[in-house]
Ligand binder design. Structure first.
Ligand code: ATP
Ligand code: MG
Length: 291
């Protein structure tokens, strides 16, 4: 059974998508903790930035036209889409994995796949529902059940808001990576996230949060990072390894420019950074090769 990881922060632009694409890639491409992994990314953000990083426009529009996107996990059809009203159908069965998954990287021992997003997911993100949204939640849960059978790791890239999307993602995850970039009010974002995580899994311990300092300076620590690490409430939740600021991390587009797949010399440091980060995450998830 695979591990499911939500990447989330209510604050926008902190690096959720960047962290998702690089961690997912390094886990598929390199042996971390002694093994390769089959990895799935679910782009659960209507902005579809993760999809754009991996899929060239022609292919993307073709997939969207065939409804091979995350919206189909929740809804069967896209008629009468209304920004103020979520469509809640009666069918509780989500599509088969093979109907939605698009392969972006294949190796001898592992693969990296994606369920792309669509701007139309915004109708679900914004809408309210007079009917209960339970059918959507049930479909998402069943879909994640299929993913756990098929993949070792599933990353879900969320949009920066509280919605049925972020709620269902958290409810079905074992871990939450909270990227934090060194900026004022970073602490506010963490508070909100912790409250949200607790509220969304009442009566259970919920997914385990991991605070990841992103765009960190190559040497030393920012004031915000020092403050957050010094707080006893959060100290244990903070990953020791930080994701540094490297131009190379901002370059992927249309399936090209990933540091984990390229041999360009300037990205070696960034790749090393990523390898350390993935190794720590595997440890924290207790996801190692036991053989
Ligand atoms: N470690 C890093 N090094 C260099 N650039 C980075 C790094 N992390 C993020 N960026 C850049 O910062 C910008 C915001 O990152 P990203 O889109 O991943 O944030 P996000 O949290 O997913 O945003 P949103 O809330 O809109 O979904 C992007 O241009 C990205 O390339
Ligand atoms: Mg994003």
């Amino acid at each position: 059974m695979g591990n499911v990881i939500t990447v989330m922060n209510m604050k926008g632009g902190v690096g959720k998508t960047t962290v998702t694409m690089h961690l997912a890639g390094i886990f598929a491409r390199h042996q971390i903790g002694g093994r390769f992994r089959n990895v799935l990314m679910i782009d659960y953000d209507p902005q579809f930035n993760l999809s754009q990083a991996f899929i060239p426009p022609k292919t993307y529009f073709s997939l969207e036209k065939q409804r091979r996107t995350g919206l189909s996990i929740l809804q069967d059809d896209e008629v009468d889409l209304n920004p103020f009203q979520i469509q809640v159908g009666g069918n509780l069965r989500p599509p088969e994995l093979s109907d939605l998954v698009h392969s972006v990287y294949k190796l001898k021992h592992s693969r990296l796949d994606i369920v792309p997003s669509t701007l139309n997911l915004m109708y679900v993100a914004l809408g309210q529902s007079e009917k209960r949204t339970a059918p959507l939640e049930e479909r998402f849960e069943k879909f994640i059940g299929q993913c756990r059978e098929e993949y070792d790791l599933v990353f879900i890239d969320c949009h920066p808001a509280g919605s049925i999307l972020t709620k269902t993602s958290l409810q079905n995850s074992d871990h939450v990576i909270i990227p934090v970039s060194p900026q004022r009010y970073a602490t506010r974002g963490i508070w909100l996230m912790m409250r949200f995580i607790e509220a969304k899994k009442p009566g259970t311990t919920g997914p385990t949060p991991h605070i990841l300092f992103n765009s960190a300076p190559r040497f030393g620590r920012s004031r915000d990072e020092r403050e957050i690490r010094a707080d006893p409430k959060w100290a244990k939740r903070c990953m020791t390894t930080t994701m540094k600021w490297y131009t190379a991390f901002s370059e992927p587009l249309d399936g090209d420019g990933f540091v984990w797949s390229s041999n360009r010399p300037y990205s070696k440091e960034a790749t090393r950074n990523l390898l350390s980060l993935a190794a720590e995450l595997a440890e924290r998830m207790d996801d190692k090769d036991e053989t």
